[in-house]
Design a protein around this ligand. Sequence first.
Ligand code: S3P
Length: 169
Amino acid sequence: MNPAPNLVLIGPMGAGKTSIGKRLAARLGLAFVDCDHRLEEVTGAAVPLIFECEGEAGFRARETALIAELMRGRGQLIATGGGAVLAEANRKQLAGRGFVVHLQVSVAQQIERLGRDRSRPLLAVGDKRAKLESLAVERGPIYRDLADLAFDADGLTVAIAAERLGALL
Ligand code: S3P
């Protein structure tokens, strides 16, 4: 079902793109790349520090350059950041050389998974639930349009989600 050069996970923060992606990559024999972690390796700075020093625009520019670079390769499972789909250039790259899977979760599950996490600058101020709900309204249609496959990961453990998703691919 997945003849594309790369498998790409999209979806909101706390959907399990990194944790499920890691397991799924091992199951499918693909190289796992997490975009945020790669940016942190390259810059030597955690995502919140990149936002602080370069602004969200600076972070997005780095994210777009990384996605263009990654999509030249093949055999990778790429876990994108939740906002990577906002840029048209990224959507073209991901859809062009990737089989795109949308990991769907409820806001309640996102909150449970994110817990007291401090690594998401977009959730650093204000009410977390309200912010996640407004992002879901804004980005939900973009995820849905871009995806080749939607997978409901709500309420599933990482292991079960990876197993079930792997069986579909
Ligand atoms: C973001 C999601 C984060 C990270 C950055 C911005 C977003 O990635 O890229 O904090 O805009 O939704 P995760 O989806 O892996 O949390």
